[in-house]
Write a protein that binds this ligand. Structure first.
Ligand SMILES: [Zn+2]
Length: 217
């Protein structure tokens, strides 16, 4: 896919390559890498760089425990282990790493209604943070919010616009707590996103604060 316009931050790729992302965030990164050759190449370069840096380090430069922690982190496989035995080939709008977490095509999942036009499916990611699929109807807008941690979103279907730009299939929104945004779905079909957070969202309007306990973010 060469129509991707929004990519992963270098900092996110580096965290992924060193195995320090939560499972929830790593899943979104793995899904984007499965469709983006540019980010895949960068991630490969970072892994090589990390390996060289390790080789140049003398054991005296690191305490035994620090070195072991680093090696342990590198050993942790990314993405996380699949939790279901999924059929071999995912539908076109489901990235292969995500297919390990859902056992049905997107339209057949047990979507839970959040509010008119909003639905979600929780994904069984282990560790801190949360991972969900969000489905937002055409013309609907998510309430303005900032984040207390990082938020990674990959668009699987449809598109939305916000202060940062227009996001369509395959694009990544890699947001930190400095950004306030209000995505508006501008596609004729519902926008379906894979979203991971490593901290709760902080909605900036009263209604948002009411809705927040419902979303679980
Ligand atoms: Zn990319």
């Amino acid at each position: 896919m060469n129509t991707i316009r929004h990519h992963l931050d270098d900092a996110t790729l580096l965290s992924y390559s060193s195995g320090s992302l939560t499972n929830a965030m790593a899943l979104v990164v793995a899904c984007h890498l499965s469709v983006c050759a540019d980010c895949r190449r960068k991630a490969g370069e970072m892994e090589l760089l990390g390996g060289e840096m390790l080789e140049r380090l003398q054991p005296a430069d690191l305490s035994d425990s620090a070195l072991q922690n680093l090696l342990d982190a590198l050993d942790e496989e990314q993405p996380p282990e699949p939790t279901t035995d999924a059929p071999a080939l995912p539908p076109a709008d489901v990235p292969a790493p995500l297919w390990a977490y859902i056992d049905k095509p997107l339209d057949e999942l047990a979507w839970k209604s959040l509010a008119p036009g909003f639905a979600y499916v929780d994904l069984p990611c282990q560790g801190t943070g949360a991972s969900k699929l969000l489905r937002i109807a055409p013309g609907k807008s998510v309430l303005p919010h900032t984040h207390t941690g990082n938020e990674l979103t990959m668009i699987l279907r449809g598109s939305y616009v916000d202060d940062v730009g227009r996001f369509a299939k395959g694009d990544i929104a890699d947001l930190d707590d400095a950004i306030e945004h209000q995505p508006l779905v501008d596609s004729p079909e519902s926008c379906i996103c894979l979203v991971a957070t490593d901290g709760p969202l902080r909605f900036t309007s009263l209604l948002g604060r009411i809705v927040q306990p419902l979303t679980g973010f």
